[in-house]
Design a binder for this molecule. Structure first.
Ligand code: 5AD
Length: 387
């Protein structure tokens, strides 16, 4: 069965059904299906991507994100050229094939400086480079690709435009919608990744089913998703009170205060059974369904999933459809400052420890550590068709 045929097998109704299923016996079927497709399409290798959080400076004011411009609390940092290059060298030393350079939307980093650092990293390490630097101009994306970048990650967060606009206040530079940007990145030659948060206030189960279906329509090479985790220094985190035991927002009908806020910000107001609620199964449902709609994509068991369940989250993600993990290589002194959501998993582990633990977990699962770039078969197939 080709990729296209397989993708069309999952209908909106099926996705919706699985999202709403909570019987753990029945969910076993979903986990097993996703694991079988994972093994068949991308094999037993688990690829490690070294994550470098290069700057927490951000011009945007997204209502959910801990490094939003309006949050005065985190001390702001930006890695120097030498720190970034040294971290890339460390990745090489630890035998990573790929690094992911991520930051807030930091307009203080000149596009040409980023291009220079990409060239130096390529020259010194030959690592595959993934960028995740937010919305930028076509000229910048082209410049970085020519300098040697290979992949770009930009989550569209939700396909519900009303909700997207409500939680991403307008900004004076407009590069078009994220879906348009993803299309552009694809056209100019990047391997492209995207994804959503699951459980954003105002996100309905039908929205999330549409999000997942759109992964197939967008023909993504990489799909990274995670649960929405309320951050107390953000408008959404303050409003949606956190259950101290689970770290999640409490389910149930909106309080008058929440309702008023949603009305003001134009966040859709939903009945409590329509609202996506984050529970222990939700992140895995999203991973498993992503695998079923995009069988040959690279799919990480993300840090947000591990944050929700520090003991087993990452492993469960890998056995329910994921084939990638992204250990954090950011220099230790900056870790605490890149708090997009609270209690980020493994924030204080040294890169060597994080790496050893990742290898241990992969071995425990009977899987193997992927070697080299680990380009998604999806991208390779598309390339071979167009060339
Ligand atoms: N909870 C969960 N995920 C978040 N992100 C940002 N803030 C939060 C939060 N509070 C995610 C967004 C972004 C990615 C880098 O981190 O999806 O694209």
């Amino acid at each position: 069965m080709d990729q296209q045929g397989e993708k069309q097998k999952m209908t909106f109704d099926e996705i919706f059904y699985w999202l709403r299923e909570n019987d753990s016996k029945k969910l076993e079927v979903l986990w097993q299906k996703a694991d079988a497709v994972r093994q068949d399409r991308v094999g037993d290798a688990v690829y490690l991507r070294g994550l470098i959080e290069t700057s927490n400076i951000c011009r945007r004011n997204c209502l959910y994100c801990g490094i939003r411009a309006g949050n005065q609390q985190p001390e702001r940092y930006r890695l120097s050229f030498a720190e970034l290059l040294d971290t890339a060298r460390l990745a090489k030393k630890l035998n990573y094939g790929t690094i992911v350079i991520q930051s807030g939307e930091d307009w203080g980093i000149d596009a040409e400086d980023i291009a220079n650092v990409i060239r130096q990293i390529k020259k010194n390490t030959e690592l595959t480079i993934t960028l995740s630097l937010g919305e930028r101009s076509e000229a910048d994306y082209r410049l970085w690709l020519e300098a040697g970048a290979n992949r770009y990650l930009l989550r569209f967060e939700t396909s519900n435009l009303q909700l997207f606009n409500a939680i991403h206040p307008p900004f004076n530079r407009d590069f078009g919608s994220r879906l348009e940007i993803l299309q552009l990145l694809r056209e100019i030659g990047y391997e492209v990744g995207s994804g959503v948060m699951a459980g954003i206030p105002g996100q309905s189960w039908a929205d999330l089913a549409r999000d997942i279906r759109s992964f197939a329509e967008l023909d993504l090479d990489m799909i990274g998703c995670g649960p929405f985790l309320p951050h107390p220094q953000t408008p959404l985190g303050q409003l949606f009170e956190i259950d101290s035991k689970t770290g999640l927002s409490k389910p149930g009908p909106l309080t008058p205060k929440q309702k008023q806020f949603c009305e003001q910000c134009k966040i859709p107001i939903l009945a409590s059974d329509e609202q996506v609620t984050v529970d222990e199964n939700l992140p895995f449902k999203v991973i498993a369904l992503s695998r079923l709609v995009c069988p040959s994509a690279n799919i990480p068991s993300t840090t947000a999933v591990a944050t929700l369940d520090p003991d087993r989250g990452r492993l469960l993600g890998l056995s329910r459809g994921a084939n990638v993990i992204m250990p954090n290589l950011t220099p230790m002194k900056y870790r605490k400052m890149y708090e997009i959501y609270p209690n980020k998993a493994a924030s204080f582990e040294l890169p060597e420890e994080t790496h050893a633990e990742a290898v241990r977990q992969i071995t425990e699962l009977g899987r193997i550590v992927g070697q080299g770039a680990g380009t998604s078969p999806q991208f390779v197939n598309r390339r071979s068709k167009t060339s």
